[in-house]
Design a protein around this ligand. Structure first.
Ligand SMILES: *Cc1c(COP(=O)(O)O)cnc(C)c1O
Length: 368
């Protein structure tokens, strides 16, 4: 890279939905570890996973996750492969017998995929859905069959830009809770112990692609009657400390660095404040200029992924071109919503939101 390119790289603002932005410190440390890991004379990419070099990485990643989420002794932290999409079937295989029923909330594309996979293994009841409005809001009230073996939710809907703000409707049901938290894990305070199984592809908020964090209450395991393949049974992963086979060594390392960074920032409470500040600036700007139109119900707006369109769709191309020119990366909306999507994950600096909202303001005024 020549100097001019370096400077250009430095001025990019990454609003991509995933794999998403990570802290600059993490990029620097991870790149150093590729060359010489902890002064071992070896690259992180060439060390055995069952060595004195790697075991502390896995141990620290698990310990940091437990600490940051304030987990009790029943909750185990796993680092698995296959992405959140593998959890769509691994969860029902472990928890849902063929004759039993699980309940699902349908708040978007990812929830729909989780539902589809669960149906392969047992009974599924969809207890609420906002599909009829193209998932622009979060359903507030729903009833659940009390015989359900678990109740599933997607805490943040990455594609549609909605987020569950209040988990009371779930807590009230007194059922084992399963949550896909891929796109907002560790972005806000919540009582993680109230969930019996949490899964999250790391590449949105806590690390590099290639690893999935799973938090599971071990008491809910071992109750289904089907025979489970070794790699599917969570109990085997717990027993083997996420090293039943070769773990994604580098991806786990990047997760560990990101969790360390989060702790150094003051943990989840501190990052939540920062995320609130970013979301507030973004949405305030969005709402001040009628040229932009948010696509979701205001009370359900996601602080991680904000979706909007232009009042006049003919302007979208021009706005997209200006964003590109100004170094705003990854702002194009998902094809099922159109328009724009701005992801503001933990590592996105406040200054990036300032830069983007400046572009929005200038554009609106120029058209005013
Ligand atoms: C991105 C995403 C997924 C899919 O994750 P993979 O790791 O690519 O399988 C699932 N659920 C949610 C909420 C997501 O944002």
């Amino acid at each position: 890279m020549n100097t001019a390119e370096q400077v250009q790289k430095a001025t990019k603002h990454n609003f991509g939905a995933g794999p998403g932005i990570l802290p600059k410190e993490v990029f620097e440390e991870a790149s150093q570890a590729v060359l010489n890991f902890n002064n071992s004379g070896l690259s992180i990419l060439e060390i055995g996973h069952r060595t004195k070099l790697f075991q502390p990485v896995m141990d620290e990643a698990v310990a940091l996750a437990k600490e940051l989420m304030n987990l009790d002794a029943d909750h185990e932290v796993l680092f698995l492969q296959g992405g959140a999409s593998t959890q769509f079937y691994q969860v029902p295989m472990n928890l849902l017998d063929e004759k039993a029923v699980a309940s699902f909330t349908d708040t978007g594309v990812w929830a729909t995929k989780a539902i589809k996979e669960a149906k392969l293994f047992g009974g599924v009841e969809v207890v609420c859905s906002s599909k009829e409005s193209n998932y622009t809001y979060i359903p507030k009230k729903f009833d659940v069959n009390p015989a359900s073996v678990y109740l599933h939710l997607t805490s943040n809907n990455t594609i549609f830009g909605t987020q569950w703000q209040d988990f009371t409707p779930f807590y009230e049901k007194n059922l084992p809770l399963v949550a896909d938290m891929s796109s907002d894990i560790l972005s806000r305070q919540m009582d993680f112990n109230k969930f019996d199984l949490i899964y999250a592809g790391a590449q949105k908020n806590i690390g590099a692609a290639g690893v999935t964090m799973v938090v599971v209450n071990k008491n809910i395991l071992g109750k289904v009657s089907r025979k489970l393949p070794t790699m599917v049974d969570y109990r085997n992963h717990i027993e083997n400390g996420s090293m039943l086979n070769t773990p994604p060594v580098f991806a786990v390392y990047v997760c560990m660095l990101t969790l360390r960074w989060l702790k150094s920032k003051g943990g989840v409470a501190a990052i939540e404040k920062e995320n609130d500040r970013k979301a507030q600036l973004f949405y305030d700007t969005l709402d001040s200029f009628p040229i932009f139109k948010g696509t979701t119900a205001k009370e359900d707006r996601s602080k991680m992924n904000a979706c909007f369109v232009m009042e006049d769709p003919a302007l979208e191309k021009e706005f997209a071109a200006i964003c590109e020119q100004e170094g705003m990366v990854g702002v194009k909306g998902h094809r099922s919503v159109g328009g724009f999507r701005v992801s503001m994950y933990n590592a996105l600096p406040y200054e990036s939101v300032v830069a983007l909202t400046d572009v929005m303001r200038n554009f609106a005024i120029s058209k005013g």
